[in-house]
Design a binder for this molecule. Structure first.
Ligand code: ADP
Ligand code: ZN
Ligand code: ZN
Length: 742
């Protein structure tokens, strides 16, 4: 008797284990398959994890598998192994990891291959000629034969059904069914383009990487200044992998924001390329997954979850813009795609290539001397821009001085003058401000009252278009107040600027400018990103105002000016990474200027011109920033030198959330003592979370800071157990080194 160990497709702690089922005589069952099994009174789908010849249960207690839901295994053996690793690493249910590995539509059989009927001609050229000669009056049949000689035709495209029937009856044509693929919009288009000659630095990088690929794999950090041509290095490495019969995965922070990467990879690899991301329709996603699974597509481009693409014989994983926070999932399973990529590359002896102009501190540290081999990345640098020009010149403008000179506009005299010149020269400008909406907050001049969301403890933003205040956390809107709700003063004013205000100011000061805006509000519709970027690329717009959406990877040859309207907006957020993020944003957005023949200029407006982050971003000196920031992290005991873990308790009932956190703190303290980890604790406490109210729920946290050497796995497991045991009515979530600590 053969038994299958099955994980049922239900995400719950209680069923997070493998159940044994008997494989009925004559049923072909393989690991990785989706099967239907009886589960209590119900029938559920489940994943076959493994097969065995023995079973602990008495045979009469073992129920049989009902049927195979899908013939081909949906989880390949290496992905099954990866899921089991994630189960331990991220403390998630095994099924949560498995669900990431196939299109949701595949479960429960909600989407199928789309088939169509086609007609094929069964006649050779001579036979067709003979048919035509013999049946001169069958005009419709002759016409159809002529069409079919050019190639097979879908039955739907044939109007003359009687002629078709006649040909089929005579055996001259056959109708057959074939799968028709839904091609994602982003991938339709041009034929493969040629390769440019590599620059010397690129050539050395490619040689080192292909050498590693041929020699059993390796892990690399490609640190290349903005515009250094990292993409070309990726492409050549992938090309070599394909030549060797291997496959590649390219991860990007967000597909919609990196249309160029998709276009370039598709332009060079044609039908070998597939895209996977959430904006695809269910059918498209399913078909792309199938193309990858069948080996038809060998280069996969996608956001975070594309790291689970079912490619076989993996040769390369590229993580572009590796510093982006989107690589870390902020809901369960809270995996980090860079870490999963590291693991997966290891399984295959593949090359892992992390690329960025501004690597995260954590990643760069791994490329420094003195790191243990199993954690080490080899550093490859590109110091020159591919266009042979220097990096753009960056000027810092002290906005305090502007105010003193009577300039109350959001543009300094310098930025306004540069913008004028840029437009007069027929060039394009990008204006970056990391805040959407019109004004950042509404406050009373008399008493200082700030309008906050009553569901979230955050200030509300005025949106001009709908003339409403909106909460950026929960989406709640309010009409703007006419007088102060606190003191009834009429002097309630709008402060700060967001993208809408910047757009309005450009229009007011430069009536000849054609301004496009890109932020969450203008990109809600499908393909809106692409439309806005195409308007700018085509020159229909000559100024692009945007949030961090415009900071990433974009390559517009005609951009001569980049303006950072408020560089310090993100500098003083209550998070130890706010300085690092601000550095990355300024450096990246500055890097959008001067990428082709037009020289670039950057103006950075700030109230903190002396801050090392602003200074070093202006100098585009990553190494200096790394040295300074990592020394600060080490001294202040922040990651990557320490680990920050927390359990967030949320509840409508404030007292319930508070007591759950306090209770957990005491239990965690005991657990840490029990593990002998108490010596590694730097900080442990229960407290209100920085955002104490979110979507109407009160938030408390147990915050733990540990030295890195601590036995993190055991500690995390204890914390997860505490979170799982949260009282009724209180939600608890464990976060290890989360993206933000709000
Ligand atoms: P990065 O990602 O490093 O910022 P990109 O990959 O976007 O840089 O490349 C910047 C520009 O340089 C692109 O327009 C690209 O087509 C061009 N480029 C890259 N490599 C070469 C090369 N070897 N020869 C000519 N142009 C190149
Ligand atoms: Zn007031
Ligand atoms: Zn809110």
């Amino acid at each position: 008797m053969t038994y299958a160990n099955v994980v049922v497709d239900l995400s719950a702690e209680a069923v997070d284990r493998q159940f044994s089922y008997a494989v009925p005589e004559g049923m072909a069952v393989q690991p990785g398959q989706l099967v239907a099994v009886p589960f209590g009174p119900r029938t559920l789908e489940g994943f076959v994890v493994s097969l065995s010849e023995a079973c602990d249960l008495p045979p009469e207690k073992v129920k049989p598998i009902l049927r195979v839901a899908r013939e081909e295994p949906v989880i390949l053996p290496d992905l099954m192994e990866l899921a089991e690793w994630m189960h331990t690493r991220y403390l998630c249910n095994l099924v949560d990891a498995l669900r990431l590995m196939l299109p949701a539509e595949l479960r429960g059989g909600r989407v199928r291959e789309r088939t169509e009927r086609f007609v094929r001609l069964n006649l050779t050229g001579a036979e067709a000629d003979a048919f035509i000669a013999d049946n001169p009056r069958a005009k419709k049949q002759i016409e159809l034969i002529r069409r079919l000689r050019q190639g097979d035709v879908a039955t739907a495209a044939i109007a003359e059904k009687s002629a078709l029937k006649a040909l089929v009856d005579k055996g001259a044509a056959t109708v057959y069914e074939s799968e028709r693929r839904r091609t994602p919009h982003a991938l339709s288009g041009d034929a493969p383009a040629g390769d440019p000659a590599l620059l010397p630095e690129q050539k050395r990088a490619v040689e080192r990487l292909t050498g590693a690929l041929e020699g059993g794999g390796g892990r690399f950090l490609l640190h290349g200044v903005t515009g250094s041509g990292k993409t070309e290095v990726y492409i050549r490495l992938i090309r070599r992998a394909l030549e060797l019969g291997r496959t590649a995965i390219v991860l990007v922070p967000e597909i919609a924001l990196t249309p160029q990467m998709v276009a370039w990879l598709h332009g060079r690899f044609g039908g070998d390329a597939a895209v996977l991301h959430s904006a695809l329709s269910a059918g498209e996603r399913f078909d792309e997954w199938r193309r990858i699974r069948s080996g038809e597509a060998r280069v996969v481009i996608g956001a975070r979850s594309a790291v689970f693409a079912p490619v076989q014989n993996l040769g390369v994983i590229v993580v572009d813009e590796e510093h982006e926070t989107t690589y870390q999932s902020d809901h369960r399973p809270r995996y980090d795609a860079r870490e999963v990529a590291w693991k997966r590359a290891g399984q295959h002896g593949a090359v892992l290539l992390l690329g960025s102009a501004t690597p995260s501190i954590t990643t760069y540290m791994r490329a420094m001397p003195g790191v243990r081999d199993e954690n080490r990345l080899e550093l490859i640098e590109l110091r020159q821009r591919a266009n042979g020009r220097p990096l753009p010149e960056v000027e810092i403008v002290d906005m305090r001085g502007e105010f003193g000179r009577g300039n109350h506009s959001i543009f300094s005299a310098r930025l306004a003058a540069e913008l004028r010149r840029c437009l007069d020269d027929g060039h394009q400008a990008m204006l970056f401000i990391n805040r959407r909406g019109h004004s950042t907050f509404v406050s009373c001049r008399s008493c200082g009252y700030v309008v906050k969301c009553d569901q979230c403890d955050v200030s509300m933003t005025w949106h001009q278009a709908e003339n409403a205040l909106r909460c950026h956390y929960c989406g709640k809107t309010l009409p703007p107040p006419q007088k102060c709700p606190n003191c009834a003063s009429k002097y309630i004013k709008y402060f700060g600027a967001g993208t809408q205000k910047v757009q309005e100011e450009v229009r007011r000061l430069f009536p000849d400018a054609r301004v496009a805006r890109m932020d969450v509000d203008t990109t809600r519709e499908k393909d809106a990103h692409e439309r806005i970027l195409n308007r700018f690329r085509g020159g229909e717009a000559n100024v692009l105002v945007g949030t961090q959406m415009i900071a990433k990877g974009l390559d517009f040859p005609n951009v001569a000016l980049v303006g950072v309207v408020a560089a310090d907006l993100s500098l003083n957020l209550p998070d130890f990474r706010s300085v690092e993020r601000t550095f990355q944003l300024i450096t990246q957005v500055a890097g959008r200027a001067g990428r082709a023949d037009v020289p670039g200029r950057v103006v950075v407006q700030t109230y903190e011109p002396e801050h090392y982050c602003i200074q070093m971003a202006a100098a585009q000196d990553y190494r200096a920033f790394y040295t300074r920031e990592s020394a600060h992290r080490r001294a202040a005991l922040y990651p990557p030198f320490t680990v920050i873990a927390r359990i967030i308790y949320s509840a409508r009932d404030r007292a319930a959330a508070a007591s759950a956190a306090e209770d957990a703190e005491a239990k965690l303290r005991d657990a840490l003592n029990g593990l002998g980890a108490d010596r590694d604790v730097i900080q442990l406490g229960a407290m209100e979370a920085p955002i104490k109210l979110l979507r109407g729920e009160n938030r408390f946290q147990v915050l733990l800071k540990l030295y890195f050497k601590a036995d993190l796995e055991a500690v995390a497991a204890r914390m997860q157990a505490l979170a799982d045991a949260a009282p009724e009515g209180v939600r608890a979530e464990l976060e290890i080194n989360p993206n933000n600590l709000f």
